[in-house]
Ligand binder design. Structure first.
Ligand SMILES: Nc1ncnc2c1ncn2[C@@H]1O[C@H](COP(=O)(O)OP(=O)(O)O)[C@@H](O)[C@H]1O
Ligand SMILES: [Mg+2]
Length: 261
């Protein structure tokens, strides 16, 4: 039995959020968990990382495009601002209605939500917030949230209510700076367990760089640079089935670290 887990993955664009989200979701599903994976990045890529073919992806309708559903649940007309709408839309069945099942994982694609500022209350954001916060998980169930790049969404507090946030970095200063801001904002919205994951570590210098750059922050693990992962992405293949043994071992060790209460 594994405890219920709400996990969010954040970080700068291109660092490997979707890669990590897909790998962890896949490992959890193989381990017998029921996994709800939510792609909340407008630059959708989780479906591909999960190994869902381009052909099959055509059948996935992003929630943001299901205007009728959003309007029904939030009581607001999409793209009409400044109105009052129900702040707690019913979310229990949204996963059932919109989810795309794939190898033990139910995938929800949020799609292009309105880019609002701090505290944005557009219907799509409200729906995502409600989905994360109000979703009641049972033992052996997990929510994996692949977040939008950067820190904007933290201003909208869409990830409030997750148990653990992993912040992915690569061996470059920009991703580290972004991660430090995410750590701060994640704590501000009340996420207690925030940990960094260093990705694309190609050599000892990379490792030393991220270790010293992440000084003082909790680190859940490091993932080696893996040519197969990149090739899989180019060919539209799933991460887990096409990564090196070392990368797979790294994903498994990160999952074990996250599952440790
Ligand atoms: N460990 C790794 N080794 C090599 N390439 C990687 C690794 N992790 C991710 N990538 C590649 O980096 C690119 C961005 O990864 P992705 O997961 O889509 O990032 P994000 O979701 O943060 O934008 C993809 O081409 C992916 O295959
Ligand atoms: Mg992504």
């Amino acid at each position: 039995m594994s405890r219920a887990l709400k996990l969010a993955i954040s970080g700068k664009g291109g660092v490997g959020k979707s890669t990590l989200a897909a790998a962890l979701a896949g490992l959890m599903a193989r381990g017998g968990r029921r996994v709800l994976a939510v792609d909340a990045d407008p630059a959708v890529s989780l479906a591909t990382a999960l190994g869902i073919s381009a052909e099959a992806q055509k059948r996935i309708v992003p929630i943001a495009e299901q205007k009728a559903l959003i309007e029904q649940r939030t009581g607001a007309k999409v793209k009409q601002y400044g109105q009052i709408f129900r702040l707690n839309p019913e979310v229990a069945d949204i996963a059932e209605i919109c989810g795309y099942p794939h190898e033990g994982i139910l995938l929800l694609v949020l799609g292009a939500v309105q880019q609002g500022g701090s505290g944005c209350a557009c219907p799509e954001s409200v729906l995502l917030r409600a989905l994360v916060q109000d979703l009641v998980l049972h033992k052996d169930e997990a929510l994996v949230l692949d977040l939008e790049a950067g820190v904007e969404h933290l201003g909208r507090a869409t990830a409030r209510g997750v148990d653990t946030m992993l912040v992915v970095v690569e061996p470059g200063q920009a991703s580290i700076d972004c991660a430090r801001r995410i750590f701060e904002m994640a704590r501000q919205i009340g996420i207690r367990d925030v940990r960094a994951v260093a990705n694309k570590i190609a050599n000892v210098e990379d490792e030393q760089f991220v270790r010293s750059a992440l000084e003082g922050l909790a680190v859940a693990g490091m993932i080696p640079y893996c040519a197969q992962v990149r090739t899989a992405d180019r060919n539209g293949r799933g991460v887990l089935e096409h990564s090196s043994e070392q990368a797979k071992a790294a994903f498994a060790s990160i999952l074990a670290a996250v599952e440790r209460p």
